[in-house]
Design a protein around this ligand. Sequence first.
Ligand SMILES: *Cc1c(COP(=O)(O)O)cnc(C)c1O
Length: 387
Amino acid sequence: MHLETKLVQAGVGKDEKTGAVNFPVYYSTAYRHPTLGESTGFDYARTANPTRSILEDTIANAESGDGGFACASGMAAIHTVMGLFSQGDHLIVSLDLYGGTYRLFEQVLSRYGLTFSYVDLRDLESLEKAVKPQTKAVFVETPTNPLIQITDIQEVAQLAKRHGLLTIVDNTFMTPYCQRPLELGADIVLHSATKYLGGHNDVLAGLIVAKGQELSEKIGFLHNSIGAVLGPQDSWLLLRGMKTLALRMERHQTNAFAVANKLREHPAVTEVFYPGLPEHPGHDIQQKQSSGFSGMVSFRVRSADQVKPFLKNLRIVSFAESLGGVESLCTYPATQTHADIPIEIREYVGVCDRLLRLSVGIEHPDDLIADLCEALDASLAVGGSVR
Ligand SMILES: *Cc1c(COP(=O)(O)O)cnc(C)c1O
């Protein structure tokens, strides 16, 4: 079956007693045992819940993995996976990284004796140099957030394998519709399903998919032991969102192309970062490893003074801190998603005060372009005369 079909058919025919087309929400936390030593497969809701199980099977199948696990948030998913590591272990991590992941690593897990090196994973030599005897894994975000840099997953996974390291990929920006890291050699895929998978800015969730029986069992143990699992209602909402993933991703991408091309011509804008553009430095790798470019577009305006009037003059695009939903959002990473990253690191990686990030929604592209252009024009008039 094609991915579109797998997603739409998720849960269909699985509630055999009633024949419900839409798989129901099971709220029961406890399940009766037929007799001593027997189980229906469900005992207690932290360990397994029928609605959550449908979701977990669906994402595992969509990502070409073996074990799927639904968590209370993307951060809960990342934290659960980090349970694989012990005091003294070292991980190599993408330099341009989701701010919350950086915060978890540096302000929480570092206190547990884990250490992290942040490396530009587009540069395999730097990656190889960063490997130490205590290194256990490479944690990859591609495209990176918010600079949309592309890492070659296959090359990183091969290098990691040579050194006996796990490859973990945060696939939030691409979704399995566009990119399947396990097929490229990664061991674990993570999602903030709050974003494209949920797709409607209405459910907070995280997903993990592991390759192979052994790793799946280890993560299953951590998932149940830590207990940051997704509730039944949210599992159902997420499944509903995922059924339309293919349609939404197609439209996100078409709109993102239209917006990126328009921004590129606007005098208020100096740079546009979208991997679908042929001049994007990661364009060829993205084309090789993915079947799409998704809907995230970042750009720099001429002067930081333009940011405030630009955001104030947006009428359709919301100035809000998330991505991947049907509604277009614009984020200012310097003070929002990346506020917890020290300014020296932020500026060094390029998350400067002129950078804005768009999550291009599925509205009509002409309306989005008109909204963005009007706000950019206003930003030039008020703040940022062309210096
Ligand atoms: C949002 C996000 C996360 C964190 O997910 P939550 O669902 O907000 O906990 C992790 N990685 C990336 C790339 C994200 O965009």
